[in-house]
Design a protein around this ligand. Sequence first.
Ligand code: NAP
Length: 380
Amino acid sequence: MRVKRIAVLGSTGTIGKKALEIIYQYPDRFKLKAIACWSNIRELEKQIRRFDPKIVAVGDVQAAKNFKTKKKLFIGQDGIDSIASLGDVDIVLIAINTTSALSSVLAALKSGKDVALANKEALAMAGSVIMQTAKKHNAQVLPIDSEQSAIWQCLQGHDKSLLRRVYLTASGGSLYRVAASRFANLTKKEVLAHPRWKMGAKITVDSATLMNKALEIIEAMWLFGLNFEQIKVLVHPEAIIHSMVEFVDGSIIAQLAVTDMRLPIQYALGYPQRFNSKQNIDFLKLGSLHFDKPDLKRFQCLMLGYEAAKTGGSLPCVLNASDEVAVNAFLKDKIPFLAIPEVIEKVMRKHKVIKNPDLDSLYRIDNWARIKTQELLCRF
Ligand SMILES: NC(=O)c1ccc[n+]([C@@H]2O[C@H](COP(=O)([O-])OP(=O)(O)OC[C@H]3O[C@@H](n4cnc5c(N)ncnc54)[C@H](OP(=O)(O)O)[C@@H]3O)[C@@H](O)[C@H]2O)c1
């Protein structure tokens, strides 16, 4: 068995940290070559001591000024992209939590590396460019997001043309049982209290608005070549079934596992092999599984996501950029919770959709959507 050489971008985040633990735990399978963060130097220093990567990158130039290391150091966005295209790396795991991951995804794919992708924002912005680049350079995009990993696992050994539909499951996030009448006055603490998953702040807010599910619909469309009508969202509060695929004969295959992101990370890095983990489901303790329809009235972001996914072209790019800015403002206590869907919808309405945008157009549209969102947010 050949040892896979890995670079982890976003190593100081929730997914990045779990990925480092897995790589460390299986030295006969993986070798950590490089890590990158944005500005969390304290965590980065700890990681250098514990995991001993050869190369390190810090995205934030200011933060890098106070950082001393004996390791080879790259700085800035270009520095992170250099790590994504290092010669002696087989897989680049991308756990950056913003759309800025896109340039690293493309840098890795262009140098023929497989990308283990946790980041969904880059796919929402430029899924067509990413998938075309992967194809052109004979590289793979290996999903880490648990729902996409589930679909990927369910499809193993099956002809994709025999797929009828996909059931994308959603735990419901922190607000599943919260009445709409309370939404206007929700605190950040309530929104960030996810019942099942411990994640970074941005994705936790996206889970509460169900924008996360909207982004995942777009993600699944690109990763598996699905059309919008083939994807059904099901609320499944236990979050044990991570998604299901239905074939033309009506048979459904589901992937079940405990809620632990180490499993999809491990699957993506080890693919096509599986290897041991201590996790297992206690079905008797679990008792039953439940399913529900998503409430599109309370969760307008999902409705907006349906519209963006169905329309395609440049609209998902606008949805994603506007969401990123709005969520950031919410996390900084600058806007109330309900301003998030309100502003995203307004920005989407102002946009004239382009059918097949190229990368330059997508960067321009992404920037336009951010500026428009910011302008609207100033009114709160
Ligand atoms: N967490 C989950 O369970 C989960 C599940 C499925 C999918 N995902 C996806 O995985 C991605 C990461 O999520 P997370 O929860 O791990 O986020 P997180 O905990 O907030 O971590 C984000 C990481 O990205 C780095 N970063 C931020 N901006 C960057 C930039 N411009 N360039 C380079 N690095 C940057 C951060 O560095 P600093 O620490 O230095 O700021 C940190 O290492 C997201 O796209 C999310 O949607 C997460």
